[in-house]
Design a protein. Structure first.
Length: 586
């Protein structure tokens, strides 16, 4: 339903009475005229039910074979849904139109979006924004189904008139094709209520984001590699730290990311290039001519700082922190003045990116958390471009690296400098901390030696000092992340022979929920020294929305798992044993 406070309160207050009425309606009968337009359910297909109410339609979609996300702001309705459809595998989000902020923050796109008996609650002034928000959640080829209520509002309930003409106009504005419009009587037997059912489809990408990226990469004039660096720095945020993005104010279709984080990624990319002597502008060699390569960057070169050390959550000694903050400051200034200013829409249009600069405090922070990185200001990214970078980074990044390499070689040719095949690509490799579980193994050993009951998160079997592994929950092969939240104690036979490099399925995650949360609480949250690191790392990589409970981090991990499944189609794994992790107890 829409996010009117009075409407939500009304649904909360009368949840039980309304729920029984809703559950008496057949989803299949209600949508009979548009069933043929629904995408055929297949592995990995995801549906979004906006204003899901009691979960009636969401459960039906799950029965058809979709993975289902249900957005519902009324706590009373979600409570009823948990009782009636708790075993349906529905993922619930406390969210509502017109903004759908929490749903957008998940970074998912949907094959099917359903709004059943919702549009009448969206005020006319909010409908353009609401429809835009819905359309940007749809995959190319995705289907939108809406049911529109016609008739007087019940006593005490605010509703607004609906019109298929209005919706058709909005569909044309946002590139959706209207497939079918039909009218049916109210299944509840109310003669004064009539329903219009509409099916629409997003025919293709329709956003222009990928042609825009391609135009900047392949066609834009470049006097240096700075534009490529900015695009790649933002793409790396979208891939490795998507939780750093927040919606732009005033309902604009854009996100804001910490300028300091973009600058940090910028430094990570340029350090190995400068060390390798690869020219980044005509006549450039080393730091000569690089406007951002000042004292801080030079200090990092002298310290031989590794790329993997320059990431969200990293800690430094006082001297290292001073160098990093100085380097970020100069990089942020360069980004704001040059590539963010000169990366423009075609034919001399406005800048693609917006920059709000700030001056960080005088205190030198030894921890690179998101709050510190916001101290340099914000970079605004258009929504369609951010979504493309989030969903297609595995295609965009190689294109950026290839063009960066070509441009560097062309600069070298002008200077009579030979740049060997693959040399620039090697320097541009995005290096994360090495695939090591040493820290996790040492921690498991220490806890076992202390007499703690450490169990395999996947089977709940108690682990012994001579027989345990530490597993990357989200496999390293598809998402190289050694953060604490991703390290799980496991039986060796599970880690090495069953799960391996596969993604845990939704069923595996549900079975392991209590074990995962229990492990985090024992290993990290009860340890003052590790608690802050665990929460910092989770906040940068997972959509935790500022929450700090283990349950919130688990939910965010499961959302991230779903997104990996959608974006990369990673094979899934479900434990073969009947022993499922449910509790950590002796």
């Amino acid at each position: 339903m829409a996010a009117g406070t009075d409407v939500i309160s009304n649904y909360d207050e009368h949840a039980d009475a309304l729920a029984e009425r809703y559950e008496a309606v057949s989803s299949e009968a209600m949508l009979a005229d548009v069933l043929s337009t629904l995408p055929r359910p297949a592995e990995g297909r995801i549906a979004l039910d906006i204003g899901a109410g009691t979960g009636r339609d969401a459960a039906w979609l799950g029965e058809l074979g979709y993975q289902v996300v249900a957005a519902e702001p009324a706590a009373g309705m979600r409570r009823f849904a948990a009782e009636r459809h708790g075993d349906a595998g529905i993922r619930w989000v406390d969210d509502a139109l017109p903004g759908l902020e929490r749903t957008h923050a998940l970074g998912l796109s949907f094959d099917l979006v359903l709004l059943s008996a919702v549009w009448q609650h969206v005020g006319p002034a909010d409908r353009t924004r609401a429809f835009r928000k819905i359309s940007t959640l749809m995959k190319p080829g995705g289907t939108l189904i809406m049911t529109l209520r016609n008739g007087p509002a019940p006593t005490g309930m605010e509703m607004h008139p609906t019109s298929t003409t209005e919706v058709e106009g909005l569909a044309r504005s946002y590139g959706l094709e209207v497939l079918r419009v039909s009218r049916s009587a109210d299944q509840g037997g109310r003669p004064e209520v009539i329903w219009d059912v509409m099916a629409m489809r997003m025919p293709d990408d329709g956003t222009g984001a990928l042609p825009l990226v391609r135009g900047i990469v392949l066609s834009d004039g470049k006097s240096s590699t700075y534009k490529l660096a900015l695009l790649r720095a933002v793409t790396r945020v979208a891939e490795y730290a998507p939780a750093a993005a927040t919606p732009a104010p005033d309902g604009r279709d854009a996100v804001e990311v910490p300028l300091g984080l973009v600058a940090l990624n910028w430094i990570r990319m340029y350090l190995p290039l400068v060390r390798g002597g690869f020219p980044q502008a005509p006549g450039n060699r080393g730091t000569v001519g690089l406007s951002f390569a000042k004292d801080g960057f030079e200090a990092l070169l002298a310290r031989n700082a590794a790329q993997a050390d320059l990431r969200v959550g990293a800690t430094f000694d006082a001297e290292g922190a001073l160098a990093v903050m100085s380097a970020i400051s100069h990089a942020a200034d360069t980004i704001a003045k040059m590539p963010a200013n000169f990366t423009r829409y075609p034919n001399g249009g406005a800048p693609v990116f917006g920059v709000t600069k700030a001056r960080p405090g005088r205190t030198v922070s030894t921890i690179l958390d998101l709050e510190t990185l916001r101290g340099w200001g914000l970079l605004e990214i258009p929504g369609h471009l951010w979504r493309a970078m989030s969903r297609f980074s595995s295609w965009i990044d190689p294109m950026l690296v290839a063009e960066w390499s070509r441009l560097t070689r062309s600069y070298g040719d002008r200077m009579g400098l030979e740049v060997g095949p693959g040399a620039v690509e090697g320097a541009l490799a995005w290096i994360e901390p090495g695939r090591t579980t040493t820290f996790g193994r040492d921690l498991v050993r220490k806890l076992i030696e202390q007499g703690k009951s450490v169990r395999c998160v996947w089977t709940a079997e108690r682990l012994r000092i001579r027989g345990y592994d530490v597993d990357h929950c989200l496999p390293w092969a598809v998402w190289p992340c050694g953060d604490l939240w991703n390290l799980m104690p496991a039986q060796p036979r599970i880690n090495r022979h069953e799960k391996r490099d596969r993604l845990p399925s939704a069923a595996a995650m549900r079975g392991a929920r209590a074990s995962i949360i229990g492990w985090w609480e024992m290993a990290y949250l009860e340890n003052e020294a590790l608690r802050s690191r665990f929460l910092r790392e989770a906040a940068s990589a997972l959509p935790v929305a500022g929450e700090t409970s283990a349950a919130a981090v688990y939910d965010a991990l499961d959302w991230r798992r779903l997104r990996l499944r959608q974006d990369q189609q990673v094979p899934e794994w479900t434990p073969s044993t009947t022993s499922r992790a449910s509790v950590i107890a002796e």
